[in-house]
Design a protein around this ligand. Structure first.
Ligand code: HAM
Length: 422
C-alpha cells in the first residue's frame, strides 16, 4: 500500500530523547520557559481559532506583503467561503478585541500556537511553524516599547541565547513616512530598469520594503539613497536612543535605519532579533507598533505594539536546558506480579513530586532493563521480584554513584527514602 506522508513543510514533533527529535525537546522546553516569562510580565493568555476568514489578512497584513501575495494557505470550505489557516496572530487578536467590543480598553496578551504560510520550505522556513506572540494594546508610544524590549532581553537571558543582535528602527509619523517614501521613489525611479521584478513591484506598492531587498544589485543602488533617519522627527530618534541606552547592558541593540518589516500594518517603532547561527533565515523574532490596525479593521482607535517569536528558530539557538528531576527506574521482574506491584509505584509518585518515576512497562531481562535505566541517566533503580513482594521489600540500586552498594528496604524505609530525594 502507498505510504502516507506528512504534508510538505510540516513536521512531527516527538519528544523523549530519540536523537532524531532532539529539536522537539528543545521546542517544548522553549515553550515552557516562554510561558513562565509571559506570566512574570503579567500578561494574559489569548487563544484564537486556527482558521480565519481570508479577508481578515487581506485587510490587515496588506496586499503588498509577501504573506498575502503568495503565502496564504487558503481553501474554499463546503459553503465556498474563502478560509485561511492563519499566517500570524496579530490580526486575529485585534479581530477578537473588536468582536468582543473590548477594543476601547487596555490589554496585555500572549499566545502560542501553529501558524501556516505557503512558502517554499527551506532551512528555518516551514509551511507549519509555531509562534509565541505578545500584543500590548491600548498604550501610546513610550513605556510599552520599553516593556517589549525588556521581554526580549529576558528571553535571551533565560534561554542563554548567544550571538543575538536586536535591530531597531522607527518609521516615524505618517508625514515623515510619506515624505520619505516620495524621496525614495524619486531616487529609484530613474534606475528602475536595474531592479528585478520583485523590487519593481515593491517600488510601485510599498517602496519602503525595497530597503529589505536581498538582491545585491538593489543594495548597491541603495547605497546613495536617502535614509529615513534624515526624515525622522526628533521624538522618534530620542526613543531609539533611549531604548539603546536602557538595554545595552543586557542585549546587543543596533539602530538600523534600513530595517523595515514584511507586514504592512506597522506605524512607528519596529524591531527584529537576528542570529548569524540561523543562516539565511536569520530572524527569530520581530514586531513593532501598529496603531492603525484596529480602526482599519472597523474597530476603535487602539494604539498597539507587539511581537512574534519563531519557536523553531529560537529553540535551535538555546543553550539553556531543562534541569532534570531525579529519575527513578522502577523494574518489576515478573509479569505475574506486575499488577500487585503497580500500587507501590503509584504510592511513591504521590509522595514526592520532585522525582520522575519511570515504570519499565516492557518485558525483558533485569540486565536489559538496567541497561535502559543507565541509558536514561536514572539515579536509582528500584527492583522488585516475587521474593521481594512476599517480604514487602524492594531492592534500591544507586546507578550514578558506582561506589555505592545496593540495599534492600522495607516499604516504610522506601517511603522515607523517596521523601528525602530532592
Ligand atoms: P513575522 O516577522 O512575520 O511577524 O514573524 C515573526 C517570526 O516568525 C519571524 O521572525 C520568524 O522567526 C518566524 N517565522 C515567520 N515565518 C516563518 C516560517 N515560514 N517558518 C518558520 N518561522 C517563521 C509576525 O508574524 C507579526 N505578527 C509580529 C507582530 C506581532 N507584530 C506585531 N505584533
Amino acid at each position: 500500500m502507498k505510504k502516507i506522508h506528512s504534508l510538505t513543510g510540516m513536521m512531527d514533533l516527538i519528544g523523549h530523547k530519540t536523537d532524531k527529535t532532539e529539536i522537539a525537546d528543545k521546542i517544548f522546553f522553549t515553550e515552557k520557559i516562554l510561558r513562565n516569562i509571559f506570566q512574570n510580565y503579567s500578561l494574559s493568555e489569548i487563544r484564537t481559532p486556527a482558521l480565519e476568514d481570508e479577508g481578515l489578512f487581506k485587510r490587515s497584513v496588506g496586499d503588498s506583503s509577501d504573506i498575502v501575495n503568495k503565502e496564504l494557505y487558503s481553501f474554499l470550505d463546503k459553503n465556498d467561503k474563502s478560509i485561511v489557516l492563519r499566517p500570524e496572530g496579530t490580526a486575529s487578536v485585534i479581530r477578537s478585541m473588536i468582536e468582543k467590543k473590548i477594543d476601547n480598553d487596555t490589554h496585555k496578551l500572549w499566545y502560542l500556537g501553529p501558524m501556516w504560510r505557503y512558502e517554499r520550505p527551506q532551512k528555518g522556513r516551514f509551511r507549519q511553524f509555531y509562534q509565541a506572540g505578545v500584543e500590548i494594546l491600548g498604550y501610546e508610544e513610550g513605556l510599552a516599547e520599553l516593556e517589549i524590549m525588556s521581554l526580549i532581553c529576558a528571553i535571551n537571558k533565560e534561554l542563554d541565547i548567544k550571538n543575538s543582535v536586536i535591530k531597531i528602527n522607527h518609521l516615524g509619523n505618517k508625514d515623515c513616512k510619506k515624505n520619505y517614501c516620495k524621496e525614495l521613489i524619486n531616487y529609484l525611479k530613474p534606475m528602475s530598469a536595474n531592479l528585478d521584478k520583485k523590487d519593481l513591484d515593491r517600488l510601485n506598492n510599498n517602496p519602503l520594503r525595497i530597503l529589505d531587498s536581498k538582491n545585491p544589485e538593489t543594495q548597491n543602488i541603495l547605497k546613495d539613497a536617502p535614509v529615513i533617519a534624515d526624515y525622522l522627527p526628533k521624538e522618534s530618534k530620542d526613543l531609539l536612543d533611549l531604548i539603546k541606552e536602557t538595554f545595552s547592558n543586557d542585549c546587543n541593540i543596533k539602530i538600523d535605519y534600513k530595517l523595515v518589516r514584511g507586514l504592512d500594518y506597522y506605524t512607528g517603532f519596529v524591531f527584529e532579533a537576528i542570529s548569524e547561527e540561523l543562516g539565511a533565515q536569520d530572524a527569530y523574532l520581530g514586531g513593532g507598533r501598529y496603531d492603525d490596525l484596529c480602526s482599519q479593521l472597523g474597530g476603535k482607535r487602539l494604539p498597539a505594539i507587539g511581537m512574534a517569536i519563531g519557536i523553531e528558530r529560537l529553540a535551535s539557538l538555546i543553550n539553556a536546558h531543562e534541569i532534570n528531576k531525579t529519575l527513578i527506574s522502577f523494574i518489576i521482574l515478573s509479569s505475574k506480579i506486575e499488577q500487585k506491584t503497580y500500587k507501590i509505584a503509584h504510592n511513591l509518585r504521590l509522595l514526592n513530586s520532585k522525582i520522575n518515576l519511570d515504570i519499565q512497562l516492557s518485558d525483558g531481562s533485569l540486565k536489559s532493563k538496567l541497561r535502559r535505566a543507565n541509558k536514561d541517566n536514572a539515579s536509582y533503580a528500584l527492583i522488585i521480584g516475587e521474593e521481594e513482594l512476599k517480604s514487602n521489600t524492594v531492592i534500591v540500586k544507586p546507578l550514578l554513584d558506582k561506589n555505592s552498594e545496593q540495599s534492600t528496604m522495607n516499604l516504610n524505609e522506601l517511603d522515607d527514602f523517596i521523601k528525602s530525594l530532592t
